[in-house]
Design a protein around this ligand. Sequence first.
Ligand SMILES: [Fe+2]
Length: 486
Amino acid sequence: MHLKLKGYGLTADVDAFQFRTTRSGCSFSEWEHITAEGFDMEEALTYSIQLNAGQEEDLAELDTGPPVLAFQSLGLEPPEEPSGAGTVAPPCTRKERDKARSKARRTATRVANREKVDVLLDGRPKHPRHLARNVKPIKTSFRLTDTSIASTGWIGLRDNGVCAAEADSDRIEAGPSPTHELHDFLGRNKVFTGFGYVKFKDPSTRPVVDKTDKVVAVVAGMPDDPNFKRDVHDRAVEAMEAARKKASVSEERQSHRRGEFIQLTTGDSMGGGQQEPGALVNGAINAAILASLVSSEPFVRLAGFATGVFANWAPNLFDFYVSYMGRFYAKYAHLSRPFLNGIFSACTFNLGPQTCALGHRDFNNLAYGWCAITAFGDYDYRKGGHLVLWDCKLIIEFPPGCTILIPSAAMYHSNIPIAEGERRYSFTQYTAGGLFRWVEHGFMTEEAYMKRLTRQGRREEKALGLERAEIGAGLFSTLSDLLAGK
Ligand SMILES: [Fe+2]
């Protein structure tokens, strides 16, 4: 597959890795099992707190480089420690702490450069053709291009928490958590009409197709592993429960436009007034917790799984990510994706304890990109936790452990609430549209880029926004494309 995209300046011409499926037809990623053993969250927290004792105002600096102990857990070169036998005294003075941080950062960059063999971004996927055979698509009557995105074509439209269907009803959400129940969509006295119900059928992966047969979303299910619940789901829940208890979370991270649940986010981003891309900022405690989560086997496996599903069901879009992010990370060697075996540049751990989202679009993500959502917990998925895709008019059963990929910047989505006493968590992976725009614009801001253009160039750039949206939507494959190996 060789892509030349008008409106996007890059060409996907890299070669190397392959995705597979199991005999039962489940998607399989060979990176699913990359692990980082030996990481100890307690140790990481203790070290991090010692390093930053009394330096609250400087905590953000830690986030400009990968967390120090994550390198040790990966078997890479750890930062040099002060001399002395046995236990190492933590740096005491501000000068010593600055020196330690600076040294850790230099080491991290050195290691990152030396170890820079990226199996995802240095390789081009070979996509299997047989996945789309015998598949039972979830058909919808909506068209992807009917969704609204920003005029630049890079990100979604900011939403005000009310979609058209809600605005037309007398049931606009007013509280901090979703209140639309299943019977509001499907019952005799339903408020919202025209919605279809999708039952979860284990273990097959089911694509959601739009009116033009494009695969716009995928209900991926779980990896084909009989021990998945024990080894991945339950361990992930344990880790997220522990993380919630230890996290240092501000009010706004507990109650926000997506609902009322605790969120921790890590990775690289560009947007919201940033002058250049960088790692998302977390304080010392949350950074250590996040380092532990992204190094743990359950999440590493889920990152690989979601990436494998992405490459299988939207190969052209996936190549687009490989192409742009390959250039991005080649230039910014000090930055790295949360998961080496995952294509996405950022992820969020929604730690609940009742993660149910209000209606929203994740407008900072790539306008027609995909976001992978994995749900966890202990809830009756036939009664609550469903994913509501308002544009497609679908209510999808979303059992614990299941992964679903959707264009979250373009599609308005929410969850059906779960019952009192139940627990629900989720893990989302995504990439900001601003990172793609940064690459496209020769690594500069929109403002700087526009300043360099002639008046005619600026007019053309504005017109290109509309074209970009069309091209972005064109990157999604139809089922017949997939069968033909296109
Ligand atoms: Fe979302």
